[in-house]
Design a protein around this ligand. Structure first.
Ligand SMILES: Cc1cc2nc3c(=O)[nH]c(=O)nc-3n(C[C@H](O)[C@H](O)[C@H](O)COP(=O)(O)OP(=O)(O)OC[C@H]3O[C@@H](n4cnc5c(N)ncnc54)[C@H](O)[C@@H]3O)c2cc1C
Length: 385
């Protein structure tokens, strides 16, 4: 089916990204996987390419685009090549919308130019060892000092993507205790300088997949955060999270779709090349039927993702729409990628084959950004259930 979601500008951008990935990422990727992260300098290259500034207004050094579709193009091209840009998707797809929407003029002038160049990398820390799905249950606290000049931050976060390399982390913390009437009130976002005294990066976590993304534990012991680094209004962050999570979930849906489409291409190429019992694996009816099933599933995912991208650009993507898109694509991606791996036989289990990496990488899409169970709860609630 002809796709109508992307225009000429998106396609020209796709070419640029494809060439950049082939020249700058593919040759280095094995080394990055072994290191468990991309080199910090690579983010400067992404900055020079303009990747971090796409949606940043021109007055702060960006390109001033408002469409999320450029982000989708990057995700698709990374999946197609079987690689990633480390943890940097969090920088642009997750953190930037908070700074753009809730940052004041002074903060934008202070942070955005170096955000765009890759000199200042960001991460976002919501999840804690004791609470993930139930964000209102977070225990990290930020107490305003008596003279009102700074907050004192204490607590711990875990599973923070980009947490090792980040220069500023958007830390969600309680500035007031929860009340029985309002569990969600009293949470604020502080944009914490990672060189602050008392700020510590704990373990870089060993993961099943996403090997080039640095996922870390963070801890805060009496970290002084200037009041100038509070994002938006004190106590209102739960509303901010609810507003921004649909874009995060759309990004994950795009990624699940793109990984599935890539898996079908990897499998198709493999089965045409591989011979068993004197003929190609592609010649078996089972192979053709399996890949036809996968193609049909990928077409359905693409339709969902494209509609969601249009809705998001039009400002109409609801929390339930985004949850539904994430749920559908990530659950189906698991089935498609598993079938494509099966067609590779034992080679599909070897990490040197991109299908094995996709299999491992895609598993987390049903967990992060809100689990499938949480997505089902949101969709069911929107149905009045
Ligand atoms: C690789 C990776 C990167 C991540 N990056 C970040 C990041 O950058 N920043 C960040 O803040 N967080 C990040 N996370 C955290 C992620 O968002 C959480 O892991 C996720 O929200 C689930 O929380 P949890 O792990 O505490 O699981 P839990 O909330 O403990 O859930 C355990 C199980 O209970 C189920 N469950 C929970 N609530 C319900 C319910 N109401 N009904 C039915 N079942 C339920 C869940 O679906 C799950 O199956 C990352 C996680 C991973 C794995």
């Amino acid at each position: 089916m002809r796709r109508t979601v992307f225009n000429e500008d998106h396609e020209a951008f796709r070419e640029t990204i494809r060439d950049f990935i082939a020249a700058e990422v593919v040759p280095e990727y094995e080394e990055w996987r072994e290191a468990g992260q991309v080199p910090r300098d690579f983010y400067k290259k992404l900055g020079e390419l303009g990747i971090f500034g796409i949606e940043v207004p021109e007055e702060y050094g960006g390109a001033g685009e408002t469409s999320f579709k450029f982000n989708a193009v990057i995700t698709e091209e990374l999946a197609r090549a079987g690689v990633s840009f480390g943890g940097s998707s969090v920088h642009t797809a997750l953190c930037l919308p908070y700074i753009l929407k809730y940052g004041n003029e002074e903060q934008k002038r202070r942070w955005l130019p170096s955000f765009v160049s890759g000199d200042l990398m960001t991460a976002i820390a919501m999840t804690e060892p004791g609470t993930g799905s139930d964000l209102a249950g977070m225990k990290t606290t930020a107490k305003l000092s008596e003279d009102g000049t700074h907050y004192v931050l204490n607590g711990a976060k875990t599973f923070i993507t980009g947490g090792v390399l980040a220069d500023r982390v958007l830390v969600c913390a309680r500035t007031a205790p929860a009340t029985p009437e309002d569990r969600r009130g009293g949470i604020s976002i502080l944009v914490v300088d990672t060189t602050s005294e008392g700020y510590a990066v704990g373990r870089k976590l060993e993961k099943l997949g996403l090997k080039t993304s640095d996922t870390a534990e963070l801890s805060f012991t009496d970290v002084k955060v200037p009041v100038e680094d509070l994002l938006g209004e004190e106590g209102k962050a739960f509303g901010y999270l609810a507003h921004n999570l649909p874009q995060e979930r759309l990004g994950i849906a795009v990624s699940a779709y793109a990984q599935s489409a890539a898996a079908v291409e990897f499998a198709k190429a493999y089965v045409q090349d591989r011979e068993v019992f004197g003929k190609s694996v592609a010649s078996f009816q089972n192979t053709k039927f399996t890949l036809a099933d996968c193609k049909a599933e990928v077409d359905a995912m693409q339709a969902v993702v494209d509609r969601a991208l249009e809705a998001h650009d039009a400002g109409e993507l609801t929390a339930a729409d985004a949850a539904s898109a994430k749920l559908f694509t990530t659950e189906h991606a698991a089935v498609v990628i598993d079938k494509c791996l099966q067609l590779h036989g034992g080679y599909g289990y070897m990490m040197e084959y991109p299908i094995a990496r996709l299999y491992a990488d895609t598993r987390v899409t049903r967990i992060y950004g809100g689990t499938s169970e949480v997505m089902r709860s949101i969709v069911a609630k929107s149905m009045g259930l």
